[in-house]
Design a protein around this ligand. Structure first.
Ligand SMILES: [Mg+2]
Length: 312
C-alpha cells in the first residue's frame, strides 16, 4: 500500500532521521577495540570454546608454520572427555579458522579490503526473517544465529577489523501494515539478534531477546555497522525519487558502510551472502557465497567451489 508524501514524511521523521536525498542510516562510529574490550573477548574466548582456545594459542605461537603443521599441533589431547568424533570436528574447525585468518591476513596486507559485511538472513542467521519479523518469533530467530558467524565476528573485531551487517530488513516496514508493537524490522531486528548472540556467548544462561541485554554484549554490538535497507520499499513509497537510485542488491549497503568508515573509493569490502543476486554489482566489493540452508561457515571463504566471485 502507498501513503501520500506528507504522511510518509511525518512518520519517517518520528522513526529515523531521514536526509532528503539519502536512504536512512544509523550512524555508528568506527572505534578500535579498547584493551578492556579485548580482555572481554579473550576471557570469553578462553572460557567457552576449547576449539578456539586451541586455535588462538596455536596461531599466536606458530603463526609462521604451515597449515598442516598447525592442524597437527591441534590434537586437543589436553581436553578431557572429548570423543574422537568431537576431536575430529574441532580439528576441522581449527583448520578452517587458520585458513580464514591466513586469507584475511593476506588480503589486508595487500590492502585489498576495508571491511567485512555479512548478509543477515540465511547467512548470519540460518533462517529468513522475510525482512520484518513478528516479535513473538524473535527468540526463535535469534537461536538460529550461526555459531561460526559469531566466532568470526569476535575474532575480526579483536583484530580491529570493520564489520558490517547489510540486510533488506528496513524500519520503513513500520510505516506500512507492520506495527512496531507487533513487528520488528530494520536496525532494531539486526541489533536484537546481534546483542542476543553475544549475550549468549558471554552468559549462556541469558534467554532474553529484548531490552535486558548485558552491557558487554551491547558494547560488542555497537562495534558493528548495521545497514538495514530494502530498495523495493523505498521505490514503492517514493517512486519519483528512489526507483532508479537503489539497485536491488547489496551495492547501496556496501557503499554506505564504506562511506561511513571513511574508505569509500579507497578500498573494497568483502561480502558474505547466500543470494547470487546480491552479488551482481559494481566495483565496491568482493563477494563470497554462503549456503543458505546452513548459513555462514568459515569454509565459505576458502571453499574454491563457492569462493571468490569477484577477484582482483
Ligand atoms: Mg540472505
Amino acid at each position: 500500500m502507498a501513503y501520500d508524501e506528507k504522511t510518509i514524511t511525518e512518520i519517517l521523521e518520528k522513526i529515523v532521521d531521514v536526509p532528503d536525498e539519502e536512504p536512512p542510516v544509523v550512524p555508528r562510529k568506527w572505534e578500535p577495540a579498547t584493551p578492556a574490550f579485548r580482555a572481554i573477548l579473550l576471557e570469553e574466548w578462553l572460557s567457552t570454546s576449547p576449539g578456539l582456545l586451541g586455535t588462538a594459542e596455536l596461531f599466536s605461537q606458530h603463526g609462521h608454520r604451515s597449515l598442516t603443521e598447525i592442524s597437527q599441533l591441534a590434537s586437543f589431547d589436553h581436553i578431557e572427555g572429548l570423543s574422537e568424533k568431537q576431536k575430529a570436528l574441532l580439528h576441522t574447525k581449527v583448520a578452517d579458522t587458520v585458513k580464514f585468518h591466513r586469507f584475511l591476513f593476506k588480503y589486508s596486507q595487500e590492502d585489498k579490503y576495508g571491511l567485512v559485511m555479512f548478509d543477515q538472513d540465511n547467512t548470519a542467521v540460518a533462517m529468513h526473517s522475510g525482512g520484518v519479523l513478528r516479535r513473538s518469533m524473535l527468540e526463535t530467530y535469534c537461536k538460529k544465529t550461526c555459531e561460526e558467524f559469531v566466532t568470526i565476528v569476535l575474532l575480526l573485531l579483536d583484530r580491529d577489523e570493520r564489520i558490517a551487517v547489510g540486510s533488506f530488513t528496513d524500519r520503513l516496514y513500520y510505516t506500512m501494515d507492520y506495527s512496531i508493537n507487533e513487528y520488528i524490522a530494520g536496525v532494531d531486528l539486526t541489533s536484537a539478534f546481534l546483542a542476543w548472540c553475544f549475550s549468549q556467548r558471554l552468559d549462556p544462561e541469558v534467554a532474553i531477546v529484548s531490552s535486558e541485554r548485558g552491557t558487554a554484549a551491547q558494547a560488542i554490538t555497537d562495534k558493528i555497522y548495521i545497514c538495514g535497507l530494502y530498495p523495493a520499499l523505498w521505490a514503492n513509497q517514493r517512486p519519483d525519487t528512489w526507483k532508479a537510485r537503489l539497485p536491488n542488491n547489496k551495492t547501496t549497503h556496501m557503499r554506505r558502510a564504506l562511506a561511513d568508515a571513511g574508505i569509500l573509493g579507497k578500498k573494497k569490502g568483502l561480502l558474505f551472502d547466500d543470494s547470487k543476486g546480491n552479488m551482481k554489482t559494481d566495483e565496491n566489493f568482493y563477494a563470497f557465497r554462503t549456503d543458505g540452508n546452513v548459513g555462514f561457515r568459515l569454509s565459505d571463504f576458502t571453499d574454491e567451489q563457492r569462493g571468490f566471485k569477484f577477484a582482483g
